[in-house]
Design a protein. Structure first.
Length: 53
């Protein structure tokens, strides 16, 4: 969000709906990352080197 319009940042000119949409997409993207990370380590025996598939 470094793009500027005059004196203000672009984010200050965004509407409420657009900000909510960006927030939702960020949350969804983070959830996907967490799900893949959890799946990677699920059912793994403790203190064992990870199995590279």
């Amino acid at each position: 969000m470094t793009k500027r319009i005059g004196n203000k940042h672009e984010a200050q000119h965004r509407g409420v709906e657009e900000r909510l949409d960006i927030r939702r997409t960020n949350i969804a993207r983070e959830a996907v990352k967490q799900a893949t990370a959890r799946a990677k380590y699920r059912n793994q025996v403790k203190n064992q080197p990870s199995i590279s598939a």
